[in-house]
Design a protein around this ligand. Structure first.
Ligand code: GLU
Length: 507
């Protein structure tokens, strides 16, 4: 093996990379890796790179790459270099770098650090069985390591199939992980591993080792599941005379049942959270805490705060539990912090998707069920009634659909308050109709004083006897904002129509 270059990354600008394989939608585990790379690069004033590892030709799909890029944009995790940006270290898609891998594969073959292996799947399986039977770890036995490069090339020219194996030495490789501390691997236990199917078909460890060097990546931050790939990549780097970057392996993210969170398990794609109405700030803040914490009680961190505060010293190596209730808590916090106008803008698409509203202009909308117009200010007023209680943006539909229909749908039992009979409910509603018909204003404070004064003079033991049937008749819901706030928005005609409808239900 060649001797290593001096370690220039110590004096170099920090460069990190997120290197997803576009074989599935962007999911929470990948976002966590990506976020930590981004936070560290930005904290150090360095560069963050997106590299698409698409060498799995069958499983890689352009739509997954698009989904990854779209998800990162939405989360505000912006890369300095990537497949769709300029950058002097490109191309940033591995399938566009095959000439580069070919050159280095040939170098390894010529140096004798790699060799062609002609063993068939069946040979390998038989050898594996035999080794296991003899109580050995099933590693490659080196059968083809003695074949000269010249002979191997002749056999390949004659149509024989071969893969390229890296020649592993019998030694221990150690490195100091920024999260795990000193880690040692006895690499003889790996055997000679396959690094490419041919010189233009590299596998992950080889392509990543080459790209990390050529893209001048200084810090490799990735999931714990890659820990044992690190010594493999370090061996390849050493053989090619590359320096070793620093490594930080992030702890597993566990599902609520403490088993590993994975694409196939509890982790939903980012798009799912977006559609449900989780805010990107909430998701980033929540994800940052999956493996990192500030060491204080503080929980709310904007992206600039996270950049400021991030450090590997505050990353832990034990698994982090993905707790959706915590994400909900963050989301509610961020929804409450969102200015009302902005929140209304974020919610309008939900009304549109649920066929409740049609956009006429930026400030005016049509309520599809009634054909009536509603302006942005009224929409904001509706939103303001629920801003405190919303957990996810999509919850606005169930909470406020009553404003976008003509008559609500509900069972008449809902109108009953405590021990009331239907007759008493009917009488209460008659009284409400009378009061609302004579109301001089529909402004909520006026309505409240006006109703409460009237109720007082009725000597009821509980004002719920009036207010519950009123609220249910207006909303058709078990829970909602108060009746006067709702009546103000519905207006006189629709409020009276709904009270008369309640009378009909009671008949
Ligand atoms: N393409 C690899 C993955 O998606 C990258 C791992 C790494 O960061 O080195 O798991």
């Amino acid at each position: 093996m060649k001797t290593m270059n001096p370690d220039p990354q110590k004096v170099k600008r920090v460069r990190t990379r997120f290197a997803p394989s576009p074989t599935g939608f962007l999911h929470i585990g990948s976002v966590r890796t990506c976020l930590f790379n981004f936070l560290y690069a930005k904290k150090m004033g360095g560069d963050f790179i997106l590299r698409i590892e698409d060498t799995d030709r069958e499983r890689s799909k352009p739509e997954f790459e698009e989904d990854i890029k779209k998800g990162l944009r939405w989360l505000g995790i912006l890369y300095d270099e990537g497949p769709d940006t300029d950058g002097k270290f490109g191309p940033y898609r591995q399938m566009d770098r095959l000439d580069i891998y070919e050159k280095y594969a040939n170098q390894l073959l010529e140096q004798g650090d790699a060799y062609y292996c002609f063993c068939t799947e069946e040979d390998l399986e038989a050898k594996k069985q035999e080794m296991v039977a003899r109580g050995h770890a099933p590693i490659y036995d080196g059968t083809c390591s003695g074949i000269s490069l010249e002979d191997a090339k002749k056999r390949i020219a004659n149509g024989e199939k071969a893969v390229i194996r890296f020649k592993t030495q019998n030694k221990v490789i150690g490195f100091t992980d920024l999260i795990w501390g000193k880690v040692d691997f006895d690499v003889s236990l790996f055997g000679d591993f396959v690094i490419a199917k041919d010189t233009r078909s590299p596998l992950y460890n080889f392509a990543a080792a080459v790209d990390d060097y050529l893209m001048q990546i200084t810090h490799i931050i990735r999931g714990e599941e890659h820990l044992s790939n690190t010594p493999r990549q370090m061996m390849i780097q050493s053989a090619l005379g590359f320096f070793h970057p620093e490594y930080a392996h992030l702890p597993l993210i566990l599902g609520p049942d403490k088993t590993k969170l994975s694409k196939r398990h509890n982790a939903e794609p980012v798009e799912y959270y977006k559609q449900k109405g989780y805010l990107p700030q909430a998701l980033s803040n929540f994800i940052a805490f999956l493996g990192w914490n500030p060491g204080t009680e503080r929980e709310i961190f904007s992206m600039p705060d996270l950049i400021n505060e991030f450090s590997f010293e505050r990353c832990r190596k034990s698994g982090s539990i993905f707790n959706i209730a915590k994400l909900d808590w963050y989301n509610g916090m961020y929804i409450r912090q969102t200015p009302l106008d902005k929140l209304t803008e974020l919610l309008i698409p939900y009304y549109q998707e649920n066929n409740l509203l049609k956009k006429i202009s930026d400030r005016e909308f049509e309520i599809i069920a009634t054909g009536k117009l509603i302006d942005f200010a009224t929409l904001s007023l509706i939103v303001s009634l629920y801003q405190e209680r919303l957990v996810k943006l999509e919850d606005i539909i169930d909470a406020t659909d009553l404003f976008f229909t003509d008559l609500p749908v509900y069972e008449k039992e809902l109108l009953l308050f405590k021990d009331m009979t239907y007759q008493q409910v009917s009488a209460s509603i008659d009284k409400c109709i009378e009061l609302l018909s004579n109301a001089e204003s529909f402004q909520k404070d006026y309505l409240q004083t006006y109703f409460l004064t009237a109720i007082e003079s009725m000597n009821l033991t509980n004002r719920g006897y009036m207010l519950w049937p009123l609220r249910v008749a207006l909303t058709g819901k078990k829970a909602s904002a108060g009746p006067f706030e709702i009546a103000e928005i519905l207006g006189k005609d629709l409020s009276l129509k709904r009270l008369n409808f309640a009378k009909k239900i009671l008949e």
